[in-house]
Design a protein around this ligand. Sequence first.
Ligand code: AHG
Ligand code: MN
Ligand code: MN
Length: 342
Amino acid sequence: MIKTLRSVRTLGQFIIERQADFPYAKGELSRLLRDIGIAAKIVNREVNKAGLMDILGDLGTSNIQGEDQKKLDVYANEQFISALQSGGECCAIASEENDDIVHIDNEVSKNAKYVVAIDPLDGSSNIDVNVSIGTVFSIYRRISLSGPATMNDFLQKGTDQVAAGYITYGSSTMLVYTTGKGVNGFTLDPSIGEFCLSHPDMMSPNDGKIYSINEGNYVHFPEGVKKYIKYCQVEDDASSRPYSSRYIGSLVSDFHRNLIKGGIYVYPSTYKSPKGKLRLLYECNPLAMIVEQSGGRATDGFMRILEIQPKSLHQRTPLFIGSLNMVNKAEEFMLKYSAPES
Ligand code: AHG
Ligand code: MN
Ligand code: MN
């Protein structure tokens, strides 16, 4: 007797099936997502070899934020840029690892309709200790009509994203994306080298039992965050408190766990960094689109992340993101104890 095999849907098949869901549905966006998927597989291969290869350690250069770049950050950046370059659907890239816009000015790409903002390797301090890391990306349709992309093409609000997603290189490698019609997750099957649909229609639980924040910075946090942390730690059977504290230190991985299990991730402003640490364009906006598409919420403590008007490529913002009711509660504390004086 022939056994019926469970059908496997690869990322490529899924993208084609769902093409009608894509804004403008012309095929370019599908190809762009496919290109990102290909680069992700190449980066994954190197991430998996990281412990074996002479690829660890600082490269000795700093990015615009003055942070040390690891070799794998540089490698991942090159891979994503190169995949987008040869794909032909993206005319320019804003990357954490490049101070300015990277223009793709070959004949095929220079008039392409999309621009991409990307954090090629997120959580890079975790590379050399074998802890999950990720990639975050955001796709916009350009505003300028033709020729080289302009700064305004990138300074669009998060609400204008046409697609966004992330890859997490963890105990398994997953690609999660949205085009504004729900969120779907794909796990890389290394035996066939394909991302396969494993988490269809991902939904963020409305409540959760996990809070994720770097509590080492407690003394520098705004009063609202301090009070919210104490709230998370109080015993209350009805709301399953105290919550568990979980913090990997890779935004993508912390976010991904909380998306599946229910939880809140907070990177607030601190006295030293009034805008927090995370970058609006290529860290917060893409994850905010994903979380909203799955029923969760993302704010800077007072306002919706997706409605912030960006003013520069590497702009930072505080971030409260995750399960709807948890983010609402944290925001209540911010309003009560840390509202800016008007
Ligand atoms: P990146 O590696 O892209 O620079 O991002 C690191 C970010 C983010 O992934 C993480 O959540 C956060 O930095 C951790 O910062 P702290 O070490 O200050 O907690
Ligand atoms: Mn990052
Ligand atoms: Mn990074």
